[in-house]
Write a protein that binds this ligand. Sequence first.
Ligand SMILES: O=C(O)CCC(=O)C(=O)O
Length: 377
Amino acid sequence: MHPVCLPLSCEKVSVCAGVCLVLHIPLLALLKLILRKNNSGVWSTRHTSSQTNTFAHDTAPTTAASTATTALVISAAAIELQPPEPQAGNMAELSEFTYDPKTFSVTPAMKEAFKTNGYVIIRQVLNPEEMRKVNQMLESPEVQRHAYTTADEQMRQTRMVLWFKVGEDVAGCVASMNKIAGTIEQLMDGDEVYHFSTKILMKEANQSGSFLWHQDYGYFYNWGYMYPDCASIFLAVDDCTKANGCLEVLRGSHRMGRIHHEPAGKQLQADLERVEEAKKLHEHLYMEMKAGDILYFTGNLLHRSLPNTTNKRRWSYVIAYNQKHNRTYMGPEHPRYTPHAGFVPLKKVSDSALLECQKFSMDDQWFLKEDEDKARE
Ligand SMILES: O=C(O)CCC(=O)C(=O)O
C-alpha cells in the first residue's frame, strides 16, 4: 500500500488503495498540487489546518478523481509530511556568530551548525589592531618575495605565498591562537589538530583569476591522506564582497563525501557535473565578510571564488589544519611525497598572543616554491 494511505479510516482505505493503484505514478505530482510548504518548512494543504477538514467536506466527491483528492488531503494532513530540512535561510543563519572576547567559547550550537552546514562564520575574531599586525607581516618584502602565481582553467592568475612552519612570529601566533586553532579543533570534534599550511591568496585590483570549485580534501586526498579529517579557516584580510570575489560555498555539500577532482589550469577542480547536481540540493551562498571575520570550514565543503572585478585588492589568509591521526601513506619514496607531510604538534597560545607578539621576521620559515607546488598532481 502506498504510505499516504496508512492513517486513513477503514472505509477510506479501499477507495484510496484503488486510487493509489491507478494513479501510483502521478501521485507525487498530485500531492504537490494539493500541498504547499508553509513558513516553518512544514508541508500543508493550500488551506490553513483549520480549513483542511472543511475543504474535504465542502467538496462534493462526485468522481473518482475528486474522491482521491479528498482522501489524499485528509491523509496528507494527518501525516504532516516533513521536508528533509528546515528552510534554507534559517539554517544558514544558524552558522553565523559574532566573536566576543569576554565570553567566547565554542558552543554546542556552533558544533551543530558546523556539522550540518559544513562551516561556521565568526565575525570579528581578529580586531582592527590585530589585523594591522597581520597586514604588516603580509606586506613585508620578506614575505612578498616568496610570491608565485596559481592560475584557473583560463590561465587567469592570482598571486599567492604558502608556508609550513609555525614560528614564534606573527604568522605563528595567528595559526596557534586558541580562538583560531582551538576553535577549529573543537568544531572538528575529535583528535588534536596540527598546522598543515598557511597561505595568502592575493586577488589584486581589477585582475586575478578564480579559485575553481573544489574541496580541500580533493587536494589532501591526492597527497595520500586517508580520511577527510582536515579543515581550513579563511580569514578575510580585506572586506570580501561578491564583486571582489568572495568565497562561495554549497551549504551542506560536505555530506556528499569526497568527489572526483581533475587538474584545471594550475589547480584541481571538482567534477563539474557533480557540482551542478550538488547545486540543486545545496544552497549556493556568497560569504561576504569584513576584514577580521573568519570562516571555519570542513575539508569536504565545496567552495570556489571568482575574479576580483573591483579597483581594490582582495586578499585572504587561509590556514589548513589536519587531525593528528590522519596520516599520508605517501612516504619519502613516493613521487607525490611532500616533505611537510608529518605531524608536528601545535602548541596553542592565548588569544592575546598576537597583540603581544613583536616578531615579524620569518627568517627561518619554509616557503613553498612554485616548482615544489604539487597542487595539480
Ligand atoms: O581566497 C580565495 O578566494 C579562495 C581560497 C580557497 O578556496 C582555498 O584556499 O581553498
